[in-house]
Structures are given as structure tokens and as C-alpha cells.
Design a protein around this ligand. Structure first.
Ligand code: ATP
Ligand code: MG
Length: 602
């Protein structure tokens, strides 16, 4: 491609609405244009990058025996009614764009395709002999994200590869899951990215596990906890660890103490001269289930620990059937205004005890009249602890479960693991932290969708069983941008060779020099013929402008047909390290071919 014929516009300054380096650079270098909130045009250079990533994804998927297909983006609401997700996706979470057609039929624009693929499987899979089978597609997805941002990182329209596998049993699912683990690792490695595979939260239903593939970058929205020995890595939402050991409590006898002005843990520790590991803190949450019922939750946890709201939400989702509900709509710490709507009398905030009575709740049709009481593991083991006295300005010390306080029946792990905690697999290893961009997520779904939608097969014994499913997603457009987030300098993008839009760019410093043009044209033709994808900067611009643009767009190798041609040579510069050398004109094609090959297979 000749730059003189391209729609090639670069910007000198950072665009105002871009926050992170990769977003700024893709805009400045003319890869993308913003059309609306979370909506971007992929310009020709970007489209080449996206096609390269897609090709790597295809090759890795096909190598596992998965088959490519293309499913509809317009999805009838009936399918989502069957799976039970229509209301959550269009109303509660509101992530799905929905519309009504001219015949008054409701449709959604596909944010994901479990419903569509399960209906295909329901119609077409009859027998165990057809299993396992795995279909995937590369397609634009639509999601009405609450906070679209960072360019292609969190768009409302973006490209995803999503795949769905069907199995007769868990064992077969686990094998495909393992194959996907390898395929995803290969995709990221081949795209030139530094990444970490981490244990991920799979919500309340997917107990069987999921893995996220995190591209490591400071701008990442996710936090990853890992150990140096490489044996443990998890998203903070899911991570487990050993908390620091609790100190022995100095309070050997139970008594109520006046503790004025100690409504925070820090003030209380100062006042009583004790460690936060000797205190049970009691935290209130408020959740609304999908049937409209508000439930108040009282959590007891060791006071040096924080609550992990993802784990909490999973526990509360498990309890949904108990309240005649399926799922949770909201989970919040009730503020004064929210408390007004249900409290029967003024709460002893800052001084709540584990036995806070249900009398504080004015129960109604809309509000459950009892607290759900959850005890975190860290609080179970405490002896002679300090906690609130249900009276403003008072605490109790030397308390014990089974004596002054009844042990709540639900013991759970809802604490947040954090940097410096000891690891479970080896307490000598402490957790380290890193930021990550979630590029892919593989998931053992089990029978959630097949059961809801009646997708069954007949096993060898002739029994009808629900299909066991897995699903696997990789964000093609997010992955492409995260490569830039991982690789740039003050002058611009530094593409990994495997996904760069072009391998090389030939810069003609002086467009008035016929000899320079002749050498450039010859190399341009020969390089492209030899499979070295090459751009020709034949614009009538100053050499400095051309060099700046070449750096900004991040093409791995730059060939300059400058003064050296007098000696039968050209200057070749590597974008990544700026290493420059003069190479004989007739050696250029072979050398570049070899460099590209080494970079892509290396
Ligand atoms: P996130 O937690 O970042 O919202 P997700 O859990 O919703 O991601 P999945 O539903 O598992 O993501 O989708 C599979 C992949 O699609 C993700 O791993 C990510 O790479 C990509 N992806 C998801 N949402 C977006 C988005 N709004 N813009 C770009 N890529 C996305
Ligand atoms: Mg999401």
C-alpha cells in the first residue's frame, strides 16, 4: 500500500477524551475514529491488525477440532425468556440492547450467544454419538455497558470470538476446557503479549471453574493476585489466602465497656489498646432479589479484613430459592436514606453486635423481617473477642461464640484476599499483586442452559440427559488494543510483528530524487512479493514528518532509501529498539523475510 493513496491522517496532540496510552495512540495514529460513546470505526490499519488477531484465533481454534460458524446478532426475546435471562439482561443489568420490530416482536442484539447455540443444539443433537462438538464464531457483539471507556477496551460494539462446546459428561467437558486453556495461551503468546492465566469467579452457578487470561498492564481494570513460585494466580474477585494470624486477646473476662466516640475500628483499637485481629466487626448489607424482595444481611468478620462483594453476592445468590427468587438485582451497603425505608428503630451504627435483633426491621411484603446472618471464617476462630454492644458508645470485650453470642449457622468465606497474605498452597509464599486486562475467559458451564431450555441427548443406555456445556470467549478488539497498552514509547506504538498491520515501511526521504524513488519502488514490489507486507511512504512530505509518522504507527521495520544508496545500501531501523544498520539493497528482501519469520515463530 502507498501512503499517498491511503486515508492517512495522524494527529500531533493527544485527543481530549482518551485517558490511557493505547487509546490515545490508536486515535492519534489513525487506527480508529470515535463515532459515538463506545462506538468506533476500525480504519484500514486497525482492520488489518484485527484480521491478524482473528487469523491467529482461527488457527488455534481449528487446531483443537472446533468448527467456525456464524450465528445471528438479532435474537428473538423468546429464547432469552426460556433461559430466564431476558429481564436481567434488558432491565436489571440492562446490558442488552433490545428493540421491537414492525410486527411488535421483541428482539435483542446479541451480547453473547448461549441461547442461540443451545436452541441449535436442542434441535440438532440427538445422540451421544454426535458428541462432543464445538462451534465458534468471530463476530461483532453489542453490550450497553454502563461505562464504555478506553476505546476498544470497553466498547458497546466490539469483536469477540465466542465458542460453545457440548458434551455427554463432565469428563469430556474438562478435556475440551484443557484444550481451550492451551489454545488461549497460544493465541496470546503468538500475539506477542505478556499474560497470566488466573482462576476466575464464575458466579453462583458455575462451581466447576473458569479461567481468565489477563494481559498484564497498569491500565488493566482487574487486579490479579499471584505467588512468585507460579503455582497460584487468581482474580482478586475469586482469590483465597490465609489471613494474618490473630493476636491473642488480652480480655479474659467478659464485660461491657463504655467506649465513647469509637464508631470506627481504628478509634476502637486506639481506645482499647487492642489489635483489629481481636475484634469482630458487624457489617450491614442490603440486597434486592429479582422478585422485588429486600433482604437485610448482617455479616460478622474479623475487623482487619475486608468483605469481597463478589463472594458475598455468590453466597446470597445461593440463598435465592429460599426467598422464592432466582437471582439478585442489587447489593449495597444501605445508606441513611435506604435505612429509612425499613428500619423499625434507630440502628446502633458503629456499635452493632452479632446478635442485633430482627426487631430493627419493619418487615413487610417488600422487606424480609429477619436478617440473613453470615459469619466469615475469620471470625469463627476468635476467642475472647471485642465487638459492639448494640448501644451507642459501648462495646463488649472477652466475648465468645456459644457463650454470649450464638454462632450463626452460615459460615462462609467472604473475605477479600490481599497483597502480602500467605498462600494456601504454601504459606511461605505471599500474594503479589498485578493489574490485568481480561482478554479471554473460558468457562465450564455445565447444564445451566441445556436444562433451562430442554437441550438433551440420549446416552448409550438410552436415557435422556441434559447436554453438558462449556463456553469460551476472547475479545479480539480488546486484545488488539491491549497489545498497544503493553508496547509503546514516547514516539508511538511498537506492534508485535505477528499482529502489526504491516511488517515494514519504506520511507523515501526526498520524493524529488529519482534514484531514491527507483530503489524504493523496486524494494516495495519485491518485499510484498516475498510476503513481507510493506508500506511505501511516497508522500510529498519532509523526511522528518515521515519518520515521525512511521514511529507513531509502529511498523516494526523501517527502510530508508537515503544517502546510503550511493553505496548500494539502504538504512534499516528496528522500531522496537531503534537499532539501525545499513544493508546492501540486494540483501534487503532476504534479511527482512528472515526477521519477520524469526519474530513470528520465535
Ligand atoms: P468484563 O468483565 O471486562 O466486562 P466480561 O466478563 O463481561 O468482561 P465475557 O462475557 O466473558 O466478558 O466476554 C469474553 C471476552 O470479551 C472478554 O474476556 C473480553 O476480552 C471481551 N469483552 C467483554 N466485554 C467487552 C467490551 N465491552 N468491549 C470489548 N471487549 C469486551
Ligand atoms: Mg462485562
Amino acid at each position: 500500500m502507498r501512503l499517498s493513496q491511503m486515508l492517512f491522517v495522524t494527529l500531533r496532540d493527544d485527543p481530549a477524551d482518551a485517558e490511557i496510552p493505547s487509546h490515545k495512540l490508536l486515535l492519534r495514529a489513525g487506527y480508529i475514529r470515535r463515532i459515538g460513546s463506545g462506538i468506533y470505526a476500525y480504519l484500514p490499519l486497525m482492520w488489518r491488525v484485527l484480521q491478524k488477531v482473528s487469523q491467529i484465533v482461527r488457527e488455534e481454534m481449528n487446531a483443537t477440532g472446533a468448527q467456525e460458524c456464524l450465528l445471528p446478532q438479532l435474537q428473538p426475546s423468546e429464547l432469552w425468556q426460556e433461559s430466564g435471562r431476558w429481564d436481567t439482561y434488558t432491565k436489571a443489568e440492562g446490558i442488552m440492547f433490545s428493540l421491537v420490530d414492525r410486527r411488535e416482536q421483541q428482539l435483542g442484539l446479541g451480547p453473547t450467544h448461549e441461547e442461540v447455540i443451545t436452541t441449535v443444539a436442542r434441535d440438532m443433537i440427538r445422540s451421544y454419538r454426535q458428541l462432543p462438538v464445538h462451534l465458534y464464531q468471530l463476530q461483532t457483539k453489542f453490550r450497553d455497558e454502563i461505562r464504555p471507556r478506553f476505546g476498544l477496551m470497553r466498547g458497546r460494539e466490539f469483536i469477540m470470538k465466542d465458542g460453545y462446546s457440548f458434551h455427554a459428561d463432565e469428563e469430556s467437558l474438562k478435556k475440551t476446557y484443557q484444550d481451550m486453556y492451551t489454545a488461549y495461551s497460544n493465541m496470546l503468546r503468538r500475539s506477542g503479549l505478556a499474560f497470566r492465566a488466573v482462576e476466575a469467579d464464575s458466579g453462583a452457578i458455575g462451581g466447576s471453574g473458569s479461567t481468565e487470561f489477563m494481559v498484564l498492564a497498569d491500565a488493566g481494570e482487574d487486579e490479579v493476585l499471584y505467588t512468585e513460585d507460579g503455582k497460584y494466580a487468581a482474580n482478586v474477585e475469586k482469590a483465597v489466602s490465609l489471613p494474618a494470624a490473630a493476636e491473642t486477646s488480652p480480655f479474659t473476662t467478659y464485660e461491657k465497656r463504655e467506649t465513647p466516640g469509637t464508631d470506627t475500628i481504628e478509634k476502637l483499637c486506639n481506645f482499647l489498646k487492642c489489635s483489629p485481629t481481636q475484634i469482630v466487626k458487624n457489617v450491614l448489607y442490603q440486597t434486592v432479589y429479582d422478585n422485588g424482595l429486600t433482604v437485610l444481611v448482617l455479616i460478622n468478620i474479623r475487623s482487619d479484613q475486608e468483605i469481597n462483594e463478589v463472594k458475598l453476592q455468590n453466597e446470597l445468590t445461593k440463598l435465592a430459592p429460599q426467598f422464592g427468587a432466582k437471582t439478585i438485582l442489587t447489593l449495597t451497603v444501605p445508606n441513611a436514606e435506604a435505612q429509612e425505608t425499613w428500619q423499625a428503630k434507630s440502628l446502633p451504627l458503629g456499635y452493632i453486635a452479632p446478635d442485633l435483633s430482627d426487631d430493627y426491621i419493619a418487615g413487610s411484603k417488600q422487606v424480609n423481617s429477619q436478617f440473613v446472618r453470615l459469619l466469615d471464617q475469620t471470625a469463627v476462630e476468635l476467642k475472647n473477642f471485642v465487638t459492639g454492644a448494640n448501644e451507642s458508645g459501648f462495646h463488649v470485650v472477652g466475648a465468645n461464640w456459644g457463650e454470649q453470642f450464638k454462632l450463626p449457622t452460615l459460615t462462609v468465606d467472604i473475605r477479600k484476599a490481599k497483597l502480602g497474605d500467605r498462600s494456601l498452597h504454601n504459606p511461605e509464599q505471599t500474594l503479589q499483586t498485578a493489574r490485568g486486562i481480561e482478554a479471554g475467559h473460558i468457562f465450564q458451564l455445565g447444564t445451566k442452559y441445556s436444562e433451562a431450555m430442554g437441550a438433551t441427548y440420549t446416552n448409550e443406555q438410552g436415557e435422556e440427559k441434559p447436554l453438558v456445556m462449556g463456553c469460551y470467549g476472547v475479545g479480539v478488539s480488546r486484545l488488539a488494543q491491549s497489545a498497544v497498552e503493553q508496547s509503546y514509547d514516547k514516539d508511538g506504538i511498537i506492534w508485535p510483528v505477528a499482529i502489526a498491520p504491516y511488517h515494514a515501511i519504506i520511507t523515501i526521504p526526498n520524493i524529488k530524487d529519482a534514484q531514491q524513488i527507483a530503489v524504493a519502488e523496486k524494494l516495495y514490489t519485491e518485499l510484498n512479493k516475498a510476503g513481507v507486507e510493506t508500506l511505501l511512504d511516497d508522500r510529498d512530505e519532509r523526511a522528518g514528518v515521515k519518520f515521525k509518522d512511521a514511529d507513531l504507527i509502529g511498523i516494526p521495520f523501517r527502510i530508508v532509501t537515503g544517502r546510503a544508496i550511493a553505496n548500494g545500501q539502504v538504512e534499516v531501523v528496528k522500531r522496537a529498539n531503534r537499532e539501525s544498520q545499513e544493508i546492501a539493497i540486494e540483501e534487503v528482501v532476504n534479511t527482512l523475510q528472515q526477521w519477520v519469520k524469526d519474530a513470528i515463530t520465535g
